[in-house]
Structure formats: structure tokens, C-alpha cells
Design a protein around this ligand. Structure first.
Ligand code: C2O
Ligand code: CU
Ligand code: CU
Length: 479
């Protein structure tokens, strides 16, 4: 079966937003899609691996003419791709060479909060370096690293502080899937910016409290990119790394995408679709099969009607491996019958955004959950007036499973582990969530200006033996 719709409710798509900025094809010449290099470890000793992640300012030649002032991790824009392997232990030096404080948030990694997780309580000041250490215990997935200083996450990410973080495991390694990085397996980071006449980005000029957007698609930091296809099958790891934009992806000839993974790893079985909508911070992995194309052909990826990435087909060897019907065992414990149901009500737009009637308080713990226990969370979006808007809800602290949307079955491609879920206007999405590590974790809308604007809260995951453990939480004033 091939699905041919975006699943979400069209009435709330971002193009109904009064401040909507449509994508427009930039008149710059086409250029080769940037494939970020892999970050090299500083040292490997048995099961222990050391990395350095340096946030740095720089200049990037994106358009002909003046370079753009940008920020990045270990490079001038975005960052080198980081690989983590399930079962290994990591020591990461977080170095800040920016002129201001930042944080390093591991979006989608199962790490403890609030310091290793890297939300607002873990600032690294300019000129400083901090080492964190954590083991990786989770399935193969495409996760990401981004800055998360509250309330300047939008500012930091807009400047370029985001990169792909790929988790590998032994199960995924046995499947017949493309995994030759940069050749048939690539991160595709979807972002949008506005370039001024000097090729610069001006966040404050483009700022919109309902989410900052620009008309030019920026794919892995490339404008008008193309990719040379040299294999029959190509695995794309899409990441919606934009502050606000929803991407409605489809290909020329209505080419079928085989979705194999969502945020937290492989789906139980592949889902075949011709249309794929992604809301902010979501990841999907798809495999494209160019079997019916010949050298010289081109396939174009669009978001709505705007071409955003071109695939130029070259000679390739025939590949008749088949994607297995069963990809992974996706299991999640059910909550106890009498377990409490957590409530998250996202309301308001612009400056009025809130969760459960409150704006974010850095020092306030809004909810609590015991370590290791699965519980239901009901996530409601009250913005159903006039079509409303979709809020992409995200929880730190691991992965959840979608149980239902307004009591109905989840979409076919959200039967895997998720950490971010687009909630339609007027909808309640029920998820079950279990935390594997203790700490204080944030949960919020991932339209980044909503998160910065206060549509965010935090919970304490506690252990039975120390239920009221005190964490040192930052406060706006102490920052
Ligand atoms: Cu992608 Cu609170 O983060
Ligand atoms: Cu996160
Ligand atoms: Cu929102």
C-alpha cells in the first residue's frame, strides 16, 4: 500500500498563518549538496570514546559574492556529523568559542537531565570548555544536537547551531539498508533563511513570535543543491531543523519514499508514501530506489511547489536487495491501570503562548514522574480557532510511543519511537512515556519561538530513594 496524503489536518498547515513566508526558489546557481564531514574522535580506548564539540563563529560561502556570517559546531555552519554507538561510553568536551553563552542539547538522546541533556540549565560561557560523560543505550536513530539557551534557542539555531547525531547499533547493522555515509546514506537538514543584499541573515528583522522563517530553502546549508546519485538506493535522514517551517515533501513523478525510521529509530515495518510532512525537530529516514532511472535523469524533491533538492542520476550497479517487511521490534511498556495521566495543554499564539496556563519558569518543576515507570501523557492543542496551528510537541529525556490522536489510531508512519509529535489544532495526542534516567527535563513546543516565548515546562524524573532530590537550576537572573 502506498499512502498519498500528508495525514495532518490541512486547515492548520503553516501556510494559513498570517505571517507565513512562502518558499521561493533563489536565483543563485545550483551547487553540490554539502555533506557534513564525520566528527573524528580525539581518542578511543576500548569502549570509551572522546570527542570535542566546539561552538564557533565563522563565515560561510553560501551564495556567490559576500560570505554569510554563521555559527557552527567544529565548522563555520551547522556541524560535523557525530556518530554514537549503542553500548559505548562517551566523553564530550563542550567548548564555547562564541562571543556569548550557549548550551549543547542532545535532542533525542537518552541521557540524564538537566546537565548532560544540555537544556537551559547547562550553560557553557564564552571561552569555557566543559566535559560531560555518558553511556549510549538506545536503538540506531537519527538524532541531533542543537543549542538550547533559554530564551535564545531561536537566535542560536538560526545562526547555525544544529547538526546531525547518528546512533548506530548492532541490529540495524545487520539489515540490508544503505549505510555508506555521504554516498548512499546522508543527513538532509531542512532549514530556511532570508538573505539580505549582503548575503547576511538578520534574525531580529525576520523575528516572528509565532516562528521565524525565511523564503530560501537551505539544505545542509546549501542553496539550490543537487546530489550526484551513484547507487540505486539512497537513504535520506531528514531533519526538520528549521525554527518554524513545516516541510511537505514530495518528489517528481510522485516517486515513492520508503520510510524506515522516525525520531527514535526504525519503524516496525516500512511505510510507503509519496507525501511526507515534517514538523519542527522531527526526523524521518526514507530510502529512495532509482531503479527505473538512467544516467542523465533527474529527480527533484519539493516542499509544496518549491524545488529544494535535485538528484542527478549517474551510472549505478543494480541493487536488488529488498527492504525487509519487518525492520525492528518496537516495544513499549503499558502504564499501570490506575497510573496518573499527565496533562499538557498548549494554548495561545504569538506572545500569548503557554502550557497549562503558564509560561515557562526556569526554577519551577511543573510535573513529576518516577524513573522507569511508563505513564500516559495527553498533549492537547487548543488553537482550533480559524484553522488554528499545529504545535510540534517535544519531550526531553528519551522516546515515547504515540497511542492515539483524538482517540483514533496514530498515523501509519508514527508507530515507532518518537520524541517530537505534530499536534493538530483541537487535537489531543495520547502518548506513553517512560524515562530511563533521572533528572529535570524540559518539554515544549518545538516551534522555537514558541519555546523561547514560554510554551515550555519541565518535569522531574525522580527515584524512589531520593524523590525530592534538589538540582541546581538556572534562573534568568543568574545566567
Ligand atoms: Cu530540540 Cu528542548 O529541544
Ligand atoms: Cu530535546
Ligand atoms: Cu507552538
Amino acid at each position: 500500500h502506498v499512502y498519498t496524503d500528508y495525514f495532518f489536518n490541512e486547515s492548520a498547515y503553516d501556510y494559513h498563518d498570517g505571517g507565513y513566508v512562502p518558499l521561493e526558489k533563489h536565483d543563485a546557481p545550483e551547487s553540490k549538496l554539502n555533506i557534513p564531514e564525520l566528527l573524528k574522535p580525539d581518542k578511543v580506548e576500548g569502549n570509551d570514546v572522546w570527542y570535542t564539540v566546539e561552538a564557533q563563529p565563522g563565515e560561510t560561502q553560501i551564495l556567490p559574492g559576500e560570505p554569510t556570517k554563521t555559527w557552527g559546531y567544529n565548522q563555520s555552519l551547522l556541524g560535523k556529523t557525530i556518530i554514537y554507538e549503542d553500548g559505548k561510553n562517551y566523553h564530550v568536551t563542550l567548548k564555547n568559542s562564541l562571543p556569548e553563552l550557549t548550551t549543547y542539547h542532545w535532542h533525542g538522546l537518552d541521557v540524564s537531565g538537566p546537565y548532560i541533556d544540555g537544556g537551559c540549565h547547562a550553560p557553557v560561557y564564552p571561552g569555557e570548555a566543559k566535559e560531560i560523560e555518558f553511556p549510549i543505550h538506545q536503538p540506531a536513530a537519527t538524532t541531533w544536537l542543537h543549542a538550547h539557551p533559554c530564551p535564545l534557542t531561536g537566535w542560536d539555531v538560526w545562526h547555525g547551531l544544529a547538526c546531525a547525531v547518528v546512533v548506530k547499533d548492532q541490529h540495524e547493522a545487520t539489515l540490508p539498508l544503505p549505510r555508506n555515509y555521504g554516498v548512499d546514506d546522508l543527513p538532509v537538514i531542512l532549514q530556511d533563511r532570508r538573505f539580505d543584499e549582503h548575503n547576511q541573515w538578520n534574525y531580529d528583522d525576520d523575528y516572528d513570535p509565532d516562528g521565524t522563517a525565511g523564503p530560501t530553502a537551505l539544505i545542509n546549508g546549501t542553496v539550490n543543491p543537487y546530489f550526484d546519485v551513484t547507487t540505486q538506493k539512497l537513504r535520506l535522514r531528514f531533519l526538520d531543523g528549521s525554527n518554524r517551517r513545516e516541510w511537505r515533501l514530495h518528489l517528481s513523478d510522485d516517486m515513492v519514499m520508503t520510510q524506515i525510521a522516525s525520531d527514535g529509530g526504525l519503524l516496525p515495518e516500512p511505510v510507503y508514501l509519496t507525501k511526507l510532512m515534517m514538523t519542527c525537530a522531527e526526523r524521518t529516514e526514507v530510502v529512495l530506489d532509482f531503479g527505473k532511472y538512467k544516467p542523465g535523469d533527474e529527480v527533484t524533491l519539493y516542499s509544496d511547489d518549491t524545488p529544494i533538492l535535485k538528484f542527478k542520476i549517474h551510472e549505478f550497479a543494480t541493487d536488488d536487495t529488498e527492504i525487509p517487511d519487518h525492520l525492528a521490534d518496537v516495544e513499549y511498556p503499558d502504564p499501570d491501570k490506575d497510573a496518573l495521566v499527565h496533562q499538557v495543554v498548549m494554548s495561545g499564539t504569538d506572545e500569548e503562548v503557554q502550557i497549562n496556563g503558564k509560561k515557562f519558569g526556569m526554577m519551577r518543576i511543573d510535573d513529576r514522574q518516577e524513573l522507569g515507570k511508563s505513564e500516559y501523557w495527553d498533549i492537547t492543542n487548543t488553537n482550533d480557532c480559524c484553522g488554528g496551528m499545529i504545535h510540534p510537541y517535544h519531550s526531553h529525556g528519551g522516546q515515547f510511543m504515540v497511542v492515539s490522536r483524538n482517540g483514533k489510531a496514530p498515523y501509519p508512519n508514527e508507530r515507532g519511537y518518537k520524541d517530537t509529535i505534530g499536534v493538530n489544532a483541537g487535537e489531543t495526542v495520547r502518548v506513553k512515556m517512560k524515562f530511563n534516567l533521572p533528572g529535570v527535563f524540559m518539554y515544549h513546543c518545538h516551534i522555537i519561538e514558541h519555546e523561547d516565548g514560554g510554551m515550555m515546562a519541565q518535569l522531574q524524573v525522580y527515584t524512589k530513594d531520593d524523590p525530592h532530590k534538589k538540582y541546581k537550576l538556572m534562573d534568568m537572573k543568574t545566567l
